[in-house]
Design a protein around this ligand. Structure first.
Ligand code: NAD
Length: 332
């Protein structure tokens, strides 16, 4: 049997991985801890590890893993900004991921954030529970005829465009690679600056890379329309949180909907309801009436989690048993 240490594991990870792990030579052991310099020793004695979005696989951690004889790292997610790819390559580690599990899960969550902010569902929910049926302050706006700018037209960006097309939105896109389906749908590719200037709603769907870090910053925010809605379900590091707080305080940003946050690794996926939040920027963000935050749950549907579990198992089987895997599932 090949032993696989699963880091950052929650009950649902165990349930779904165990459910689909039959007729394989994989034995999963589950650790609630995140992978980090402090916890990497837990991987000693395993053949492979399985990690998620907020685990740390930097050079130091990877060197430790290699010294324990770990050969394979299976990411049970699409994004890989938490992995030092250069170091992993030098150490001869094989890294696989789940490049596409359900773009619609994240796209639907994205549009859910847009609709909640535009129609104030979050306020209406609380108001009705207190028998307050006044409509004061609940006036929204139509998505129909609005211009929505999508940054990154890969799997999730495209799935979001398909939904928004149905709402009758005008669609602008920015991506170094134009997508034929988006063009056929009538979307217009423009520069990032034009997208910032012309969009009523901006939604981020590009990966977090050195060149996309803080693409939403003081300068880009200054180019946007005063009542713009900004949505981020991609990675927190795309947004300079300080700049966004400033823009919200100065009423230059109309709405903010985020499923990801720059420093989410010390917050998300845990119940901190009895704790004092130490991150003042996050605490400030959560006070604005026009900000909606979800805790990285865009991927969290039954369909997506099933596909993640099945693909992760298949990736591990291929790499550990057959020593080969289709390059679509490999990082390099
Ligand atoms: P993808 O690789 O299919 O698409 C990414 C697109 O971004 C590509 O078309 C690429 O060309 C484009 N891109 C790269 N650099 C760019 C730039 N500078 N400007 C504009 N576009 C650029 O990825 P995907 O599956 O659509 O996922 C997008 C992101 O969503 C992932 O990187 C991940 O971080 C995030 N994600 C979040 C969740 C969640 O639960 N919230 C779940 C899955 C993925």
């Amino acid at each position: 049997m090949f032993k696989v240490a699963v880091f950052s594991s929650k009950k649902y990870d165990k349930n779904f991985l165990d459910k689909f792990n039959f007729n394989t030579s994989l034995a999963f052991e589950y650790f609630e801890s995140k992978l980090s310099a402090e916890t990497v020793e837990l991987a000693s004695g395993f053949d492979a590890i399985c990690i998620f979005v907020n685990d740390t696989a930097d050079k130091h951690v990877l060197e430790k893993l290699a010294s324990f004889g770990i050969k394979v790292i299976a990411l049970r997610c699409a994004g890989f900004n938490n992995v030092d790819i250069e170091a992993a390559q030098q150490l001869g580690l094989q890294i696989c991921r789940v490049p596409e599990y359900s773009p619609e899960a994240v796209a639907e969550h994205t549009v859910g954030l847009m609709l909640t902010l535009s129609r104030k569902f979050h306020k209406a929910y609380n108001r009705i529970r207190e028998d307050n049926f006044s409509l004061d302050g609940l006036m929204g706006f139509n998505l129909h005829n609005k211009t929505v700018g999508i940054i990154g037209t890969g799997n999730i960006g495209l799935a979001t465009l398909r939904i928004l097309k149905g709402f009758g939105c005008h669609l602008l896109c920015s991506d170094p690679t134009e997508n034929d389906e988006a063009v056929a749908m009538g979307c217009r590719y423009v520069s990032a600056d034009t997208l910032f200037e012309e969009s009523d709603i901006i939604s981020l769907h590009c990966p977090l890379l050195p060149q996309t870090k803080h693409i939403i910053n003081e300068q880009s925010l200054a180019k946007m329309r005063p009542d713009v809605m900004l949505i981020n379900t991609s990675r927190g590091g795309l947004i300079d949180s300080h700049a966004v707080v400033k823009a919200l305080k100065e009423r230059r940003l109309g709405y903010l909907g985020i499923d990801v946050y720059e420093l989410e690794s010390s917050l998300f996926f845990e119940d901190l309801s009895g704790e004092i939040i130490q991150d003042d920027v996050f605490a400030r963000l959560s006070t604005f009436p026009n900000v909606l935050i979800t805790g990285h749950q865009g991927f969290f549907t039954q369909e997506a989690i099933s596909t993640i579990a099945k693909t992760t198992i298949s990736n591990l089987q291929h790499l550990l048993e057959k020593k080969t895997l289709d390059k679509a599932f490999l990082l390099y």
